[in-house]
Design a protein around this ligand. Sequence first.
Ligand SMILES: Cc1ncc(COP(=O)(O)O)c(C=O)c1O
Length: 447
Amino acid sequence: MNRAADFDRERLSDLMAVEERRFLELHPRSAELAESGRRHLLAGVPMPWMTRWPGGFPVHVAEASGARFVDVDGIEYVDFCMGDTGAMTGHGGGGLDAAVARSTTMLPSEDASWVADELHRRFGLAKWQLTTSATDANRFVLRFARHLTGRPKIAVIDWCYHGTVDETLAILGPAGSVISRPGAIGPQVDPATTTTVVPFNDVDALDAALAHGDVAALLMEPALTNIGIVLPRSGYHDAVREITRRHGVLLVVDETHTISAGPGGCTQAWGLDPDMVVMGKPIGGGFPVATYGMTEELAVTLEPILHGHEADVGGVGGTLAGSAMATAAIRATLSTTLLEADYERMIPLATRWAEGVAGAIEEHTLAWSVQQLGCRAEYWFCPLPVNGADAAAAVDDQLDAFMHLWALNRGILMTPFHNMALLSPAHTEADVDRHTEVFDAALATLT
Ligand SMILES: Cc1ncc(COP(=O)(O)O)c(C=O)c1O
């Protein structure tokens, strides 16, 4: 069987050159706009990661609806990226346009308590707050955790991603050291002074790391999703909960991506019992909102400081967080989408997608694999990894770029980061089958 490493790299580079020419021919207007963007946009794009799209410049979008979008050159695509979860409810759905046509007053609206009740219903935690991004939500829960425990450090999983939170941009280095994640720009302080890093799926390492007594919180995704999907081993979460409790460490579960598992994320689907939950992007249907929740016990301790005169300079804030617009966006989204009935449609579509990919891998006798977490699925150029370091070692930039550009040139958008597909209620079986066909043709060309 072929491992990714066995491919003839020169041939792959020739195939890539063909795809790059094709991309240029298909996208003259996007090319013009990319050129104009280089005038006054840093790196030519509004956000740095937009430089990562294959083809030399990003396709520029004209309009999007449901699971599709049309670019400025008039080409229609099936979107399997869905704003990297931000638009997993479908583009332009859920009555969002009407809901957000409000301003901000710094006062709560009638949507606020509805939203908190609904978050409680889904995730089980007692008290909730709103932020403008999951990054902010993570920053704030870490502050609260340090305040509550009086401990200086936080623990994260090796090769995690929780947004642009300084303490989390750390990985395990040689001999168990903690180092900055490759690519981290201008770290405030050496992350070894703020952060303990533990491998996913390794309970002994977690136990040993937390035994030092200096960690306030373990912040983790229930399954890794940002270095590809890595699922927990059986019994892992029970052990994590027992170990964190035993060492007095708060357990914070970031469900921003793992909401793919169901309406209350893995917390609900797998019966997890965290002290705090962070939930981001999709709950606003693409509008910038996020939230964090905590147990009653933690809330009772925190509420007195939040009523204090200095609450607004406590390092937990955001003028536009919790605005009438933000709460309206969440209510519009959670009352109409990400419901049980949506998952009954989305998850079988993801299974069909994964089966299509697995079938093609088998047909072409490759030692690749495919993983699924609810309505999210992803293929690997290797057998399934069990932790972040294995997953990171399996990343193949050349092959990634080829697969992404091959798909894009045939009307299929995958996330720019790895080989993930997200299935929304707006996708159809025909969209999935089109992906299978295009994926199969890529393998036929490669092998
Ligand atoms: C698990 C997780 N948490 C937090 C974030 C940060 O979200 P945002 O960029 O919206 O702040 C991300 C982004 O991908 C994420 O995957």
